[in-house]
Design a binder for this molecule. Structure first.
Ligand SMILES: [Zn+2]
Length: 144
């Protein structure tokens, strides 16, 4: 259990919602504000390692987060993806579904390059923790 999602207290404290099986958190390098990760609580790298129950809970939380992002950041569309394997750009070996809220005029994904499209164009700087926590609070409030 040494992956950053399981061991970094700052990330854990930023969680929007958490259950025994899954949780959600704003990523530290959002493509656009509100870019959120949905993760199983158990530290496994690939979709196949998830139990049927974990898959159900992860995707159920995903549906709730979409609705919350529509309220919290005015999302009118979404990019949803996960990277699996280092060659595909998976930087943390703990399954995580990216939910990228989109809205007219945003500065999000403008071109598709499979290994990098979930990275913010031109920058790998983390967003300040206070800003991420504020976003987590906004989404959690919209989540109800
Ligand atoms: Zn982990």
């Amino acid at each position: 259990m040494s992956c950053v999602f399981c061991s970094n207290a700052e990330i854990a404290q930023r969680a929007i919602a958490r259950s025994d099986l899954a949780w959600a958190v704003p990523t530290n390098i959002p493509i656009v504000p509100g870019h959120t990760l949905i993760l199983p609580t158990r530290c496994v790298a690939t979709f196949e390692e998830l139990t049927t129950n974990e898959r159900e809970v992860v995707f159920s939380l995903f549906s709730r987060i979409k609705k919350a992002l529509a309220v919290a950041v005015g999302a009118t569309g979404f990019n949803i993806a996960w990277n699996e394997g280092a060659v595909a750009g998976q930087s943390v070996p703990h399954f995580h579904l990216h939910v990228v809220p989109r809205y007219e005029g945003d500065t999000g994904i403008t071109e598709y390059e499979p290994r990098t499209f979930l990275y913010r164009p031109g920058s790998r700087e983390a967003t300040p923790e206070a800003e991420l926590r504020d976003m987590a609070t906004r989404i959690a409030q919209a989540l109800g």
